[in-house]
Structure formats: structure tokens, C-alpha cells
Design a protein around this ligand. Structure first.
Ligand SMILES: [Zn+2]
Length: 360
């Protein structure tokens, strides 16, 4: 959606001017003359006439990924997404007065899940693969995180889930600098991402992987879809120190850190859920009659999408499967409670934009 409450937060992403005016289904810049149209559920606030060296996979291959990511329907926050979402809500403590930015929102599922808790939830992404529920509940902007179309100090909170690992360093710096700029002094930003640092519990984690690989070799299932999803992970911030230095360069001060050593999580993802998918994905694929479009997708991907669709239907009924997945989500979350202080690759970090003396 594009609510009126979004307009006072906007500035021109092309020239930085705050002199904007609203006409029928568009916002115009009085300074440079750029016109930003309201599209189907979002507003296009990409900077005009600018070419960036780095473009994310999600923008470059938007059309193909649209089919593959199966993004329109929003499932409840369960499993790994459930753990992320619970940590997000707990660590950022959303308040009913908050104006919040999901910076690099993707489908905007995390924004949609938390939109009812805050005054205004804004989702920003250069790709527009937004879930239907996000279009209903979240103020959506197609925009580039290197030149955010928002005025300084406009957000109480911001977050970024699974974003930083996709960017090279210069983009990370620009991303954090812009996030810091649009946060109000005292405002907080949560990032969930990962470095290349191994966990000290790696042997335990590998046990589940190996068990999963045994099933793969036996032909029970594969990990094609995961591999594709992770195919553009750069992890330019290789170590935890790199993360802290990047935050420091952006003027953001760490206030809370939780690591995610994926001991329980790995067992659930590599063994429990994969076996569940095999069971749920077995019945014939609904689109089997029209192979023309579907042949581009690998069988493993199709099976997983199909399993997810069947899973969503079951979840809507909130039956046994739903509650079983809730329990499994809590089991995965034990990783945060038990090993959250043990440094490893996956991390949640909450940083604060300091209040300077002139602002008190
Ligand atoms: Zn302008």
C-alpha cells in the first residue's frame, strides 16, 4: 500500500530535495522535476538517471525469480523465519508509536508480520516481489538502499534480515550510512546476517548435514532450491570484527548481540523438515498438465515449492501440522537461548544511532 502517512517521510532520491508535491498517483520533485509513480501496491522511488556498478541478483533476474521464489502467499512465521521474526520482535521491542523501516525487505514478510504492532511499517527494496499480505499492510517503496528516498531522522527503528551478506563492502558502507541517516538519534537498527566465522559447535552441526547428505545420496531429497537462494552470498564482512568496524564507520553503536549457532536448527532443516517435505510433496504436482513453463525449474525445486503450497494449505487450517511446526520453531530457537553468546557466523546485532549533544 501507499498510505498518506508515507509522504511526509519522503525526499527526492535523485537530487535530495524535500520539495515534493503529490499529484494524482504520483509524487513529483519541485527541484529536479522527477516524477515517482504509484504502481500496483507500491511507489517507485528509484533514483532517476543513475547507474550503479552493483545490482543484486533479485533485481537482475526478477522475472525468473518471481516464478521460483513462490513469494505471493505469506505463510505464518515458522521455522527459521519464525526464529528470525521472534528475535526481531524481542530485540527491537516494537511500540505502537514507532515508524519502522524494513530496509531491503524482499517479499516484505517480516514487515507484514509486524506491521500491526507499529504506527507505520515501511518496506523498501529495489525488486518488487512483494507478498500480497505485505501489499495490504506495509507501505512499500521500490528504492535503492544506497540513496534512500527518506528524509534524515525519520525512523524510530529499522531492520535488515538476510541482506548484508549479498553486498560488496562499498555497498554495505553506503547501505549502513543511509540507514544511519534516516534513523532518528537514539533510534535502533537490527541486522541479521552472517560472516564466514565457523561455530565452535561445528562438529555437532556437521552431524546433521552428514545425515542429510546421506538422504540426498539415497535419492530421498536434494537442496537445489537452497543452493540457488544462497548463490549470490558474497559475505564481504568475513569476520565479526569486520561487522563491528562497518557499524562503527556508519556511526552506529552496538547495544545487543545474539549469535545463532545452528545446532538444533541444522538438525531440523537437514533432516526433520526435508523428510516432512518428501512426505507432503509426494502427491502429483497441480501444474503437471502444462509442462511448458515448469521445465525450467528443477525437480527438487518443484517438489519443494509444491510441498510448501500444501504446507500452507494445512497451516491455514491451524491443525496438528501448524502446532507441530510451532514446537519445532521453539526447538530451533533453543540455539539462541543456549548458545547465543558463543561467537559464530550467524548473528543478530542491534545498533543505536547515538544522540549528539546538540540534539539534547
Ligand atoms: Zn529531485
Amino acid at each position: 500500500m501507499v498510505p498518506r502517512a508515507l509522504f511526509p517521510l519522503l525526499q527526492c532520491p535523485t537530487c535530495g530535495s524535500k520539495q515534493l508535491y503529490v499529484i494524482d498517483r504520483a509524487v513529483c520533485c519541485a527541484t529536479c522535476g522527477s516524477v515517482y509513480n504509484v504502481r500496483d501496491g507500491y511507489i517507485d522511488l528509484m533514483p532517476r538517471g543513475k547507474q550503479f556498478a552493483y545490482v543484486s541478483k533479485y533485481v537482475a533476474e526478477e522475472e525468473q525469480l518471481a516464478e521460483e521464489l513462490d513469494y505471493r502467499e505469506l505463510a505464518p512465521p515458522l521455522l527459521a523465519a519464525g526464529v528470525r521474526n521472534r528475535a526481531l520482535a524481542r530485540l527491537l521491542q516494537f511500540q505502537p508509536v514507532d515508524t519502522v523501516l524494513d530496509n531491503g525487505c524482499g517479499t516484505a514478510k517480516f514487515a507484514a508480520w509486524n506491521a500491526d504492532r507499529v504506527a507505520l511499517m515501511v518496506g523498501s527494496d529495489p525488486a518488487t516481489l512483494f507478498a500480497d499480505a505485505a501489499v495490504e499492510r506495509v507501505a512499500l517503496a521500490k528504492s535503492d538502499s544506497r540513496v534512500l528516498p527518506f528524509v534524515d531522522n525519520s525512523f524510530d527503528k529499522a531492520f535488515s534480515i538476510d541482506v548484508l551478506e549479498h553486498f560488496p563492502r562499498d555497498v554495505i558502507d553506503a547501505y549502513l550510512r543511509e540507514t544511519a541517516r534516516v534513523l532518528r538519534p537514539g533510534g535502533r537498527f537490527l541486522a541479521f546476517s552472517n560472516t564466514r566465522e565457523p561455530s565452535r559447535l561445528q562438529p555437532l552441526i556437521h552431524l546433521s548435514r552428514r545425515l542429510g547428505q546421506w538422504f540426498v545420496r539415497a535419492g530421498w531429497y536434494d537442496f537445489q532450491r537452497e543452493e540457488r537462494r544462497k548463490s549470490d552470498h558474497i559475505k564481504a564482512l568475513e569476520t565479526w570484527d569486520d561487522v563491528l568496524e562497518a557499524m562503527d564507520r556508519a556511526g552506529l553503536r552496538p547495544v545487543q548481540i545474539v549469535f545463532w549457532n545452528t545446532v538444533f536448527t541444522s538438525f531440523v532443516e537437514h533432516v526433520v523438515m526435508k523428510l516432512g517435505e518428501v512426505v507432503l510433496g509426494r502427491s502429483p504436482v497441480p501444474n503437471a498438465g502444462k509442462p511448458a513453463q515448469d521445465t525450467s525449474l528443477a525437480t527438487g525445486t518443484l517438489r519443494e515449492i509444491h510441498a510448501r503450497q500444501r504446507m500452507r494449505q494445512r497451516l491455514e487450517r491451524k491443525g496438528v501440522v501448524y502446532y507441530a511446526l510451532q514446537v519445532i520453531t521453539l526447538l530451533m530457537e533453543c540455539d539462541l537461548w543456549l548458545f547465543g553468546r558463543m561467537r559464530c557466523g550467524n548473528y543478530f546485532i542491534v545498533v543505536e544511532k547515538p544522540i549528539t549533544r546538540t540534539e539534547i
